[in-house]
Design a protein around this ligand. Structure first.
Ligand SMILES: [Cu+2]
Length: 93
């Protein structure tokens, strides 16, 4: 029983460490056909990106690409999903 709790605690700590944190960005390009979005973004701590850059992200849900357009300033969350850097949440500022 004690062992079960120790494993659960370690798992909770691991999940907390990889939890997505919100990042700021600007939409450069939206490719609905490919389900991808290009964002110019600030630091994304959970992905180890400390420098601002412009890059392509996969959209977790293609529907989210209809909510933003090039030029929009956004806040978003991104995570590595099956090896692909994926936007899991995006919101126009
Ligand atoms: Cu990046």
């Amino acid at each position: 029983m004690k062992r079960t709790f120790a494993i659960f605690g370690a798992l909770a700590a691991a999940l907390a460490a990889t939890a997505a944190s919100a990042a700021d960005g600007a939409v450069k390009k939206v490719d609905e056909g490919a389900g991808k979005i290009t964002l110019e973004h600030g630091p994304i701590k959970n992905l180890g990106m400390d420098e601002p850059m412009s890059m392509v992200f996969k959209a977790a849900d293609p529907a989210m690409l209809k909510t933003v357009k090039p030029g929009d300033k956004v806040t978003f969350e991104a995570e590595r999903v099956n090896g692909q850097i994926t936007v899991t949440k995006i919101k126009k500022k």
